[in-house]
Design a protein around this ligand. Sequence first.
Ligand code: P6P
Length: 336
Amino acid sequence: MTQGKVQTLNQFIIERQADYPDAKGELSRLLHHVGIAAKIVHREVNKAGLVDILGAAGDMNVQGEDQQKLDIFADEHFIDALKASGEVCGIATEENQHMITFNDDLSKDAKYIFLMDPLDGSSNIDVNVSIGTLFSIYKRLSPVGTKATMDDFLQPGNQQIAAGYILYGSSTMLVYTTGNGVNGFTLDPSIGEFCLSHRGIKTPIDGKIYSINEGNYTKFPYGIKQYIKYCQENDKATNRPYSSRYIGSLVADFHRNLLKGGVFMYPQSISYPNGKLRLLYECNPIALLAQRAGGKASDGFQSILDIKPTELHQRVPFYVGSKNMVKKIEEFLKKF
Ligand code: P6P
């Protein structure tokens, strides 16, 4: 069998750089450093199953080093890689209450802002369920050479320059968009390179999968209760009943629905009056990828990407996936 030509992430970034005449390589360099951090986190996540040998978080491992919680490990290594890139003047992450600004010589002229959830779903690690990193990149609004400001971070999702995720699953994948479609790269550990495996991902306009934590059913808005019943009704014409698939790890649930078609829902509830998921570094990157792949992302009433953020860690209700399924959810929420 003839081997298809392998295209690595770096080759792809350089090839696509030509799409941006005014780009002088800064975004390429930034994405390259995201790839480096992803490989470091991949290595550590894949060791996590060996905690009995390596020591659980908080213990000393066999090397006598403090065994870090993996989400703290991921947070620190992404921050180090982004600082080393010199292309980022500010970072906000789920692990840090406040924004982090760089104004050292290397980064003070940087023009990008980076937001991330370094390791989402880390509670799933102990049971060997897939987890993910989510990231979002904006151009700074404040003048180059000054300290990044909160306004730089509180931009609506439709201003994102780039967004993506790393899925640490049966294989480790990097999926991202910079405006020209959505592309997926699978890590080949034998050569330590992310290789293009899913060029130009498009999500089906309809799907047969609905993803939601039905344990919270009694707390859902009435429109969502009605929509779940709709998913479960027999109707040959609209290919129902649908299948319920819920991993409990946002990146894994979204990635499956992106490729196969389906909808992910995290509504507001009594426990989470504004929903559980974070707008800036969970919903916005996923929403941009969904939109660029032909899907849709909504808080039930408006596009996620149009929401003007008011604080770094704000939560929103989240419905994302196949366009027609998200539209149907909006109809049910309007009607009931
Ligand atoms: P629940 C993981 O903790 C997470 O942040 C997302 O990855 C996931 O989609 C969601 O929470 C699961 O929440 O309440 O269903 O356990």
